[in-house]
Design a protein around this ligand. Structure first.
Ligand SMILES: [Zn+2]
Length: 291
């Protein structure tokens, strides 16, 4: 170790290192962050916990070329890494940029292996008017798309939750996450959430504490509530019969935010529950297993 350090100094003298060069070489030689190895199935998320070094200041966390929200608490930096249900890659890295002596340095903090998963398919029959949209409905849908994007646009960086997430209901799942759905034998998509069996007017509790960022009637998802939990995590409650909260309200875990129903594009009464992590829809039933 001492020998390495002496030879390093010797090379430095030979190259007439400035203090600036010295710090960048030194930083690369002593990466303050270890590299975690994660294996995540498509449509799922995992926690990335990185021990932090008080001497450096983390700036940005980029996973698979996408910025990821993180939070530093005590001596740990925490982030949720998600994998989309559709992806053509088999692995990616997470890179943390931090400040050392006022200089930006990068460290690979995670190597993520993507694991495959099979999904079932199902046929659904819905009103044809929700497949072939009229001009008026299309205009409404496009307007709502912008409102939804705005609600997701400014997530709270720090976590607004202090306990693990829980499923809003514990009834039978009438449809699981990731199912390939064929609507009226015409339109196809993949289910971005889970459906709980729920009679109309079943109270719907929040899966965790957070801030309500959307509470309104939407064309496809009907009366919908969207909660920002911080750290890039959102939960969505759709097809409600009644809204019991409003935008801007901070709700505790298990607070009743609405009554279930069958509003929007549905084939029967149920609660659609969605979990979104850093802009990726993941399987809520797997997400609640994260402790
Ligand atoms: Zn659904």
């Amino acid at each position: 170790m001492i020998k390495n350090y002496v030879s390093f100094l010797f090379i430095c003298v030979l190259w007439s290192c400035s203090h600036k060069n010295f710090s960048s070489i030194f930083a690369n030689e002593s990466n303050p962050y270890p590299t975690a190895e994660l294996a995540i199935r498509i449509g799922e998320a995992q926690v990335l916990s990185i021990p932090t070094n008080g001497d450096v200041k983390p700036q940005r966390l980029i996973c698979n070329d996408v910025p990821i929200m993180f939070h530093e608490m005590g001596t740990t930096l925490k982030a949720y890494v998600a994998v989309p249900v559709k992806t053509s890659i088999k692995s990616f890295i997470c890179e943390l940029t931090y400040l050392l002596d006022k200089k930006e340095v990068k460290a690979i903090v995670a190597k993520v292996k993507i694991l495959d998963k099979e999904f079932q398919s199902e046929v659904l029959n819905v009103p044809q008017t929700t497949i072939d949209l009229s001009k008026k409905d299309l205009e409404r849908y496009l307007k709502e798309k912008e409102i939804i994007a705005k609600a997701y646009a400014t997530p709270n960086q720090a976590p607004l939750f202090y306990r693990p997430f829980v499923a809003p209901l514990n009834s039978v799942l009438t449809s699981t996450y990731g199912r390939k759905r064929i609507y009226n034998n015409q339109k196809e998509n993949q289910h971005g959430g889970v459906d709980f069996r729920a009679a109309v007017d079943t109270p719907v509790p929040a899966a965790n504490s957070g801030k309500v960022v959307l509470a309104m009637d939407l064309f496809f998802s009907g009366k919908t509530v969207l909660i920002d939990h911080g750290l890039g995590i959102f939960t969505m409650y759709a097809h409600l019969n009644k809204l019991k909260t409003r935008v801007g309200e901070y709700v505790p875990q298990n607070a009743i935010i609405g009554l279930s129903g069958m509003t929007g594009r549905v084939s029967g009464p149920h609660l659609h529950w969605g979990v979104r992590v850093n802009s990726i829809n993941v399987d809520g039933m797997e997400f609640i297993k994260i402790k």
